[in-house]
Design a binder for this molecule. Structure first.
Ligand code: ATP
Length: 236
């Protein structure tokens, strides 16, 4: 598998505040990565930095062999980064189908495939964005990112605030995207259990730097390590 994305010693933040401190990790094509860590360690800032929304003061970001460290935010979105923001940002006065349609770009993903992945969205296709439940909005936010036909899907706390039954449905869909569709993804999560189940590789951040990197399954199976890193052991 070839390298898709690499952060090399990236130092970045907001204004004079440094949040990421020589952060390094890489993702290969078709691979999914969980970014874990306690509150405020820089998980969201990592995605914001990838999207070009922070001030980078050191290191470099390589995307499909190209240095994009200084590329403008709009160029990155067009280059195949499918961003699902934490706030979901569904258009409230457009229907589900319109929300999906306005961002569509040519490629393998289209309305029919998004509806197959999320049958609830097909049922709600004529509803407006502001008539959807939180879970449906999250499905729509993911569906919209897929309609742009990305090469890397960026999910920022996709399960936040959702009912357990919806969390299961979403986790299944995300797992299918990674395992069956071979879509590379980054999943930022505060809750490690689901994130590790959904991904191939995991990194744990502390104060903007990587303190653990390895296969998700190995970390999920090592409750002592998980507890030491995150203060949450897996149930026996
Ligand atoms: N727009 C911003 N301007 C200034 N500082 C910010 C901004 N966004 C985040 N920060 C600061 O950057 C640090 C890292 O925040 P970040 O959101 O990346 O953490 P996180 O690991 O995603 O945490 P959480 O799980 O709480 O979202 C925090 O100290 C936060 O206050």
């Amino acid at each position: 598998m070839s390298e898709l994305l690499a952060f090399e010693a990236v130092t970045a933040g907001y204004g004079n505040a440094v949040v990421l401190d020589r952060l390094g990790f890489s993702i290969r094509a078709g691979e999914s990565l969980a970014i874990l860590g306690r509150n405020g360690v820089g998980k969201t800032t990592t995605l914001e930095t990838l999207m070009g929304n922070t001030r980078v003061s050191g290191g470099s970001i390589r995307w499909r062999g190209q240095d994009i460290t200084r590329a403008a935010a709009h160029q990155r979105a067009r280059a195949g980064l499918g961003w699902v923001p934490q706030e979901r940002e569904v258009f409230p006065s457009l229907t589900v189908e319109e929300n999906l349609g306005v961002v569509a770009r040519p490629g393998a993903w289209n309305l029919a495939r998004v509806y197959t992945l999320f049958p609830r969205l097909r049922e709600r296709r004529g509803n407006y964005g502001n008539q959807l439940s939180g879970g449906e909005q999250q499905m729509l936010a993911i569906g919209r990112a897929l309609m742009t036909n990305p090469q890397l899907l960026l999910l920022d706390e996709p399960m936040e605030g959702l009912a357990p039954i919806i969390v299961e449905e979403l986790a299944d869909a995300i797992r299918r995207l990674c395992e069956q569709e071979g879509l590379a993804s980054i999943v930022v999560e505060q809750h490690p259990v689901l994130a590790l189940e959904m991904t191939h590789q995991a990194i744990v951040l502390e104060r903007g730097t990587v303190v653990h990197a390895g296969p998700s399954a190995a970390l999920a199976a090592d409750s002592a390590r998980l507890d030491a890193l995150l203060g949450v052991g897996m149930p026996a």
